[in-house]
Design a binder for this molecule. Sequence first.
Ligand SMILES: [Zn+2]
Length: 335
Amino acid sequence: MLKELYAMPDGLLDAGAEQLEQLLDGPTLLHLPGRQPEPLFVTVLLHGNETTGLHALQMLLNDYRDSVLPRSLSVFIGNVSAARLGQRRLDEQADFNRIWPGTTTPEVPEAAMMQQVEDRMRELAAFASIDIHNNTGINPHYACINRVDNRSLQLAALFSRTVVYFTRPLGVQSMAMSALCPAVTIECGKPDQEYGARHARDFLDAVLRLREFPQHAVASHDVDLYHTVASVHVPEALGFSFGDEAADLQLVANLDHLNFRELPAGTLLGRVRAGVVMPLEVRDENDQSVFEHYFTVADGVLRNARAFMPSMFTLDARIIRQDCLGYLMERLLPE
Ligand SMILES: [Zn+2]
């Protein structure tokens, strides 16, 4: 099922994300040689509507059109079917960033392909792994890690001083790859922002040029490290809205402006229709329901019960139903 290529296919540098399915005929692992043999592994379009990774890759490879890459590069171009339609995933598909080794759904057919990709990158002794994403709310650019160790933090800090450590959801690319090499997921803002692609391109180039990772710790004043402590979903059975429109759960209109801000306890987050007991499904890293730990509802008003910092809160109804409303984070001090 996995297709591998050892030379750049014609047209790749100029193709739009929606043209890749026709060009590549499915998810593709592309290997390009460089001076250092252990490849940098990069994944783009695990979510079909998140096009910044493709644009960054195209800019990078265009820069090296007439010269040898400083290090070999292996690129996995993921959900090209969803990319054709500008969607995160097709309704009948698994989410391509929830089915890597360690996933809770190893039985889905695409999970076998991700296992193959990881096996292949193990054989090739991957130097580092970068999975490139966008999000739909208002967020800074940041890097996510799944292990708090010097090499992971060094890699993350090359992209951004904002670093998020998370252990849920399971089955994400960076979590699987962190078993082999330093691995990050980078979040580059919204897909249509040119500076997101430039930032990702510069980061890829910096890692390609890196001979080895410094062993020493990243200075604590060089990174703002956060720990994702819970995910937040809207229960399937509840309707929701933003702003003035009445619904079971009526969230504040600017919810995504709260991302990466320390919210003091008692911040107004929305209104809840009478009779709705638990308007949000909030799960911690052990998959325990922790709504009451983080939120309160009194007189039909939803507030946070304690201080936290949200990330990836989105107003996009489709993303909220397909993925989640967002995440809650707390500050973590590196050791
Ligand atoms: Zn994504």
